[in-house]
Ligand binder design. Sequence first.
Ligand SMILES: [Zn+2]
Length: 93
Amino acid sequence: MSGRGMGRVMSEPVNDAICPFCLELNQCQAHETGDCWCDQVVIPGQLLDLVPEQLKRRVCICRRCLQAYTDDPPGFVARLAERDSAEAGLRLF
Ligand SMILES: [Zn+2]
């Protein structure tokens, strides 16, 4: 623990501790030890394409979302699209 990350810095445009898909903590350790599980895995290019442009190469995808995508790519994309449309206020239900 270096002290970084103990307090939220609101002026930071990107919170790199948050997974861009599920918005949960991604638990990436790259910033703390320089050695994260995400260094050992290959993120599918199609999954990377789903990351919003401003977040690409800045934030980590969490393990759960990577697993969810690997298990069921179309399902993952569908859920993501569903969430996005819900956020945009286009609720269908
Ligand atoms: Zn995630």
